[in-house]
Design a protein. Sequence first.
Length: 330
Amino acid sequence: MSVESNNPGKDLYKESGVDVEAGDALVDWLNESNSSKSKVPHADRIVSGIGGFASLFRIDFPEMKKPLLVTCTDGVGTKVKLASQYNRYDTVGQDCVAMCVNDLICTGGRPLMFLDYYATGKLDLKNAKDFLKGLRQACHDSDCALVGGETAEMPGVYHENDFDCAGFAVGVVDEPKAWGAHRVKSGDRLVGVSSSGFHSNGYSLLRKVFEKDMDQWIDQLLIPTALYVRLAQDLAGQVDVHAAAHITGGGMENVPRVLPPDLKWVRKNWEPPSLFQEVIRRTQISEEKLKNTLNCGIGFVFVVSAPDFEKTCSVIQKHRFKAYDLGSLE
């Protein structure tokens, strides 16, 4: 975690709009709050983390035959506009983590470490801390170590409370056990997992849809993206998962990305939750089109063998998600 600076003298730099001392204070706060190693996932693998120029992490997986690193990056999109508009930064940190780790686990891999990028016109310590508290908790809930990042003050690029954020996740998967289209077979069943809301996609549309009565909807619009890591890990230990898809922008169009081209998905329909029904009512868009635009209540999909269908639903429900029967492959 560092702050952009060429250090031509702190006073001179501060006059230009960049407060190096505020950035240093943020790093100090993060290090102090991480002082207990027992709170940090994979603490025994972290050689050096937050505060340096780069992080060092041990990679030794004797239990794996062919360990592969899994990497991914993503952001929160224009949902950050609502966070800054309502001065609520405590949930988008989880969004930032979830958008990355939910992609990562689609390989069957497990997250190891995470880095973030947070950019703003003027660093507000309270807002940055709120963001990082949510981000750090989401990392913990995803068994992922926050090992570093970048905090950039960019006056002239970002104005007033504007900010942006992005995440970078690294994980590992044993190649013989990796999920994907190569494992999917005719007869496999598709099981959907409920979303927590709109997650972090479609907000350019949603901000227009709700712009006239945003105050009434802001709590639901800022619900953070659900984390599916612990569910995926639990499920992998109990059934033979063949593939998985994170339902983001494009909705159900994400699922064919993990299916063989020679198989047909006979999809079962489901009723979108009331939040999505409201979007349909206001836009007059067809339900089918919306299902290929937003997640419409389903944030993740597992592809499993037919005999494992009931067990898969049971594990999903144990993690307090709703399971959806989305049909089969033929």
